[in-house]
Design a protein around this ligand. Structure first.
Ligand SMILES: Nc1ncnc2c1ncn2[C@@H]1O[C@H](COP(=O)(O)OP(=O)(O)O[C@H]2O[C@H](CO)[C@@H](O)[C@H](O)[C@H]2O)[C@@H](O)[C@H]1O
Length: 515
């Protein structure tokens, strides 16, 4: 059965030519991910897969993105979707599940959508995450992607996997699929969030056809805290050819502090193949000079254009038109983001006579309830509005209209919010952790030259530390508007595009590929 490509292949569906290498040019990269913006996005991971893929394409690489065929995909953003493969038989315990594979273009990127046809309805849940069987769903996806590559003749130079959901790809590749034919394929594995490692029972290994007796050892997939559990992210780290996280500072933190959440030792063992690559943002989508979601374009030389957007934001949210600083929050409402400090920051901004605009969505029911109550309490308030939803379009208007943004994260691998905000002339008030520490430089206390200072930082996870940083920012806005404006311009002028990070990834791919 295996290798019988003709069985399921739909006519006219080909394999990309593996262009021959000149230096690092002309590689074939397969991105395997649970998210890709804008069609399947729950947070920053989706942005990274989309932005990096587009930049790699622009640099002349062959890129294909492999995703689960969720029923919640934004179908309106996929061009030319069509079935390319049917009856892909993917082993599942001692049976198999038949999948269909569709392809389509998303902003010029070729994507493949794997759709299992089984009573489990793995990807027909109306959302990406938050299901009791998430580990089972994504483990199946990992095996299905490799099976599809094998049978459809795809031989990427590098598979680039992301986070715990796709961590079994390198394990399956090196334990099984290299011998079956994916011989020269290498893996780069990116860690976007150590708060979710995929710690589950060992049945997950049997599900995908791996042998627990062989893999449940301290140097392989055994969880460092619970010897009876599998740690999928650890498996991804151990089995990949290169591992990176999404900022240099977070790379240091997870090897050397509690931020490693139990994986410090594994990351130290694999130090020789580990590094940090700071994310970029896609400046075709996050650019105030060309953004079609905002009423008035602006840039660092035309900052006055922000005023129209401030007015539009107030009007949209029903805030009173009053010349007060607008403090924003755009965030997943998750423990990681410092939800207790966010709640304090909302109250404190109002107490300091600012306006407050929050856009946030919570998966956790307890956190969702806390914010729903806060929303109720602030209903009808002239200066405060909480929108508890995921709303991409509104996020653009908030970035365009706000003056400051609160980011009191407990940990932050990179953080795109502060980078997008700064592009739109919003001054971040952020905790000095992870990628926030790599990108935000304090107006008063940084050792950087003034032209590089762009925000406010605090260290302690306390209300008083956040309050002090907010008060410094608001004081500057009120009493020294010309300096505040300079901070905004400093943040806007930095090149945060994917050009540099994409070249760093190309170096990594070039380093690990088989020459
Ligand atoms: N309610 C809402 N409505 C609309 N848009 C919303 C929204 N809530 C959040 N967003 C958007 O989602 C993205 C959030 O990106 P972040 O990088 O800040 O966080 P996230 O924790 O999801 O990502 C993880 O992965 C990324 C990528 O590596 C790391 O930068 C980060 O540190 C890590 O935690 C931004 O584009 C933001 O505008």
């Amino acid at each position: 059965m295996r290798g019988d490509a003709a069985r399921g292949q739909v006519e006219g569906f080909g394999v990309p030519a593996n262009k021959k290498p000149i230096g690092n040019s002309g590689m074939y990269i397969a991105m395997v991910s649970a998210e890709c913006a804008p069609i399947a996005k729950a947070g920053g991971l989706g942005d990274v897969v989309h932005g990096l893929s587009r930049e790699l394409l622009a640099l002349g690489q062959e890129v294909e993105v492999f995703l689960p065929g969720y029923d919640s995909l934004r179908h309106d953003r996929i061009d030319g979707r069509r079935e390319v493969f049917r009856e892909l038989r993917v082993p599942y315990f001692d049976q198999w599940i038949e999948c269909r594979v569709d392809s389509g273009e998303v902003d010029g990127i070729t994507c493949f959508f794997i759709e299992p046809d089984s009573p489990h309805r793995f990807f027909r849940r109306g959302r990406i995450y938050g299901e009791a069987d998430d580990a089972d769903r994504f483990a199946f996806f990992c095996r299905a992607v490799l099976e599809f590559m094998l049978i459809s003749g795809r031989r990427p130079d590098v598979i680039h996997c992301h986070d715990w959901q796709t961590a079994l790809v390198p394990v399956l590749l090196f334990e099984m699929y290299q011998r079956l034919g994916l011989t020269d394929v290498r893996v780069c594995y990116s860690l976007h969030n150590l708060g979710y490692q995929g710690v589950v029972g060992e049945a997950i290994l049997r599900q995908v056809g791996l042998d627990p007796a062989r893999l449940m050892t301290p140097d392989r997939l055994q969880d460092p805290a619970n010897p009876r559990a599998v740690n999928l992210m650890k498996g991804g780290i151990v089995f990949s050819n290169f591992v990176n996280t999404v900022s240099p500072r977070y790379a240091w933190e997870i090897q050397n502090t509690e931020q490693g959440m139990g994986l410090q030792g594994v990351l130290q063992t694999h130090d020789g193949k580990f590094g940090g690559v700071l994310n970029g943002i896609d400046d075709a989508f996050w650019n105030p000079a060309t953004d079609r979601h905002i009423p008035e374009p602006f840039d660092a030389d035309r900052l006055d254009g922000k005023e129209t957007n401030r007015r539009a934001l107030r009007a949209y949210l029903g805030l009173v038109q009053d010349d007060k600083p607008i403090v924003a929050v755009v965030s997943r409402l998750d423990y990681q983001k410092g939800v207790h400090l966010l709640r304090f920051g909302i109250a404190h901004a109002c107490a300091l006579d600012c306006q407050l605009a929050l856009l946030g969505a919570a998966l956790d029911p307890v956190v969702a309830e806390q914010f729903r109550r806060l929303q109720e309490d602030t209903e009808g308030h002239a200066d405060c509005r909480l929108v508890l939803a995921y709303d991409e379009e509104l996020s653009h208007l908030i970035y365009a209209g706000a003056d400051m943004i609160l980011i009191p994260s407990i940990y932050e691998p990179c953080g795109l919010t502060q980078m997008i905000a700064m592009k739109y002339g919003v001054v971040p008030i952020a905790r000095r952790v992870g990628g926030l520490a790599d990108t935000v430089f304090d107006a008063n206390y940084s050792d950087r030259p003034f032209e590089e200072r762009n925000g406010y930082l605090f260290d302690d996870l306390t209300e008083s530390a956040l309050a002090a940083a907010m008060e410094r920012a608001i004081d500057l806005w009120r009493n020294h508007p010309e300096y505040f404006r300079q901070l905004q311009i400093n943040g806007m002028r930095v090149d945060r595009s994917w050009g540099r990070p994409a070249r760093q990834y190309l170096d990594i791919y070039g380093h690990i590929r088989v020459h």
